[in-house]
Design a protein around this ligand. Structure first.
Ligand SMILES: Cc1cc2nc3c(=O)[nH]c(=O)nc-3n(C[C@H](O)[C@H](O)[C@H](O)COP(=O)(O)OP(=O)(O)OC[C@H]3O[C@@H](n4cnc5c(N)ncnc54)[C@H](O)[C@@H]3O)c2cc1C
Length: 501
């Protein structure tokens, strides 16, 4: 059995630690921060609670499998709750649609009722296509190790498969081809942001995201989705994993070309036969490893890729009840394209008229009493850099975050939901804060964006070119978001199992 060191106690690191520990390995997780979970976190203050990262939990089957294989079932450890209704969407023309938490047929009906015309039929037909895409991509791509373009070739065995996946069609292209109503195009566009991308450059296959959401449901965890982090850490500890907080890894050591351990900022050295990195892939290859000809190609691909967009987050303690508010709420702007133009510009600035997402859980464990609400607002934002890097802006500029926060609440009021006089207190988290708190370069939410037809196949693989070094987490294959990160943890644990046989 091997000595394994996992760098980072994000959900991917914890899941892989638990999965490898049950196979009998001696596993240590080293986390630079003072808590587990990384981006996955529920923040509590004065009786209010907010999910500061994931607020929507989809495809819980991935975590059911993890919990079953490492001990007791997920439902014995967490209060998994179906969210009903799922999302309320508000378009700039004043139309509102309330979609159910689960059921493509019901979602199509709700869209038909709200938008009229052929909306119901067209949404159903898109979801049928997405279902075919999901059947083709799930096992060979999302649940298998990535083998570069060979993985792409495995997918495209017949002309009809190629037609279904439409590798050279963008998500926007698919929307425009399928829908006559531009409001449906906007709705589909939004799912590109679930991978930190621009719908005009993201592949059509991202239509699988709403398919998964509406087929397997939108879920919440009682007390906050972030409660998954400490529960997962407890599971890992119960399987013998040692989790060390406040322990930044400064470098990975090699002996005879293979990993031999990690050096910590404390000066300590941990021997390891296997190192699993849950840190961002660009940090791993760019700074934790010394320059090595075997990793040059990966670094080059990473540097050429567009990094994921970031997010501007507001946590609001609100008194009173907001009429017609649901768990997940989205207000679209008049011009969605401008949002993406501004975010992915060479010299970006905060989005002038952004899409506003608010999570207001109807969860008594997340508010002091029934006369208060906890609001988590997320707005897509350009990345952070304070050294003039192209494609990023300086979120530490004095006054910028307070002014932008005020602007967002003003915009929300202009779009019909005015909570300004009821805000008791607020906290803001910018991309600069996420960079500092979760080690996410530029505050990017998802590693690299899915831009271009082959972007899926260009992500860093779970097995690195260095013997004994593996990757997991949102910046590696198969991508970010809780479901994909969970799938990546299974792939990485499986690769380690195979290598040790
Ligand atoms: C605002 C926001 C909203 C989101 N919404 C959703 C959502 O609704 N649904 C969803 O499914 N997903 C959502 N996501 C994405 C999801 O949170 C991530 O994809 C997922 O949590 C990433 O997990 P990870 O394993 O990559 O680890 P991360 O969370 O990235 O954690 C990596 C960990 O490694 C540590 N680390 C880094 N470098 C070192 C080092 N040198 N030494 C030691 N430790 C180190 C970091 O401190 C961190 O704890 C959201 C993310 C954000 C930020």
């Amino acid at each position: 059995m091997s000595r394994i060191v996992v760098i980072g106690a994000g959900v991917g690191g914890l899941a892989t630690a638990a999965r490898t520990a049950v196979k009998g390995h001696e596993v240590t997780v080293v986390e630079q921060g003072s808590r587990v979970g990384g981006k996955l976190h529920t923040y509590r203050r004065e009786g209010f609670a907010f999910d500061t990262g994931p607020s929507l939990f989809t495809l819980p089957a991935v975590y059911r499998d993890l919990f079953l294989k490492t001990g007791e079932p997920l439902e014995d450890c967490l209060d998994l709750q179906a969210v009903e209704p799922g999302f309320t969407y508000h378009w700039s023309d004043g139309t509102t649609a309330v979609l159910p938490g689960v059921g493509i047929g019901k979602a199509a009906e709700a869209l038909g009722d709200a938008l009229g015309g052929n909306a119901a039929h067209q949404w159903r037909s898109l979801m049928q296509r997405a279902s075919d895409m999901w059947a083709l991509t799930r096992a060979p791509v999302l649940q298998s190790p990535l083998e570069g373009l060979r993985s792409a070739a495995r997918l495209t065995r017949s002309v009809s498969d190629i037609r279904t996946i439409a590798p050279f069609t963008t998500l926007r292209g698919l929307g425009e081809r399928t829908f006559t109503d531009p409001r449906l195009v906007t709705l589909l566009d939004r799912y590109a942001t679930y991978t930190g991308s621009d719908p005009r450059r993201a592949p059509a296959a991202l239509a699988t995201v709403p398919f998964v959401e509406q087929t397997f449901g939108a879920w919440h965890i009682g007390g906050g989705v972030g409660t998954l982090a400490p529960v997962l850490a407890d599971r890992a500890r119960a399987r013998g994993v040692d989790i060390r907080l406040n322990s930044p890894v400064t470098s990975i050591a090699l002996r005879a070309g293979a990993v031999s351990g990690v050096a910590l900022a404390t000066g300590e050295f941990l021997d390891a036969d296997i190192v699993i990195s849950d840190a961002d892939a660009s940090v791993l290859y760019g700074s934790l490893l010394s320059s090595d000809s075997r990793t040059t190609k990966v670094l080059r691909t990473l540097r050429r890729s567009t990094p994921s967009l970031a997010g501007f987050v507001m946590l609001l303690a609100v008194s009173g009840k907001t009429p017609n508010i649901t768990h997940h709420n989205v207000w679209f702007p008049e011009n969605y394209d401008t949002e993406f133009d501004e975010i992915f510009a060479k010299h970006p600035h905060e989005v002038t008229d952004p899409t506003i997402y608010a999570c207001v859980p109807n969860d008594p464990a997340m508010r002091p009493d029934d006369e208060h609400e906890s609001w988590f607002i997320l707005v897509n934002a350009p990345r952070h850099s304070d050294d003039g890097t192209a494609g990023a802006m300086d979120w530490n500029t004095p006054g910028i975050s307070q002014a932008y926060g005020k602007r967002i609440l003003d915009l929300l009021a202009a779009r019909g939901t005015d909570i300004r006089s009821r805000v008791l207190w607020q906290e803001i988290s910018t991309p600069a804060d996420l960079e500092r708190d979760a080690g996410a370069p530029g505050g990017g939410i998802y590693g690299i964006a899915s831009h271009g037809p082959l972007s899926t196949f260009k992500r860093p693989t779970n097995q690195s070119p260095i013997p004994g070094l593996y990757l997991v987490g949102g910046s590696a294959h198969p991508g970010g978001g809780l479901p994909l990160v969970g799938m990546g943890a299974e792939i990485t644990a499986e690769l380690i199992g195979r290598a040790k046989k």
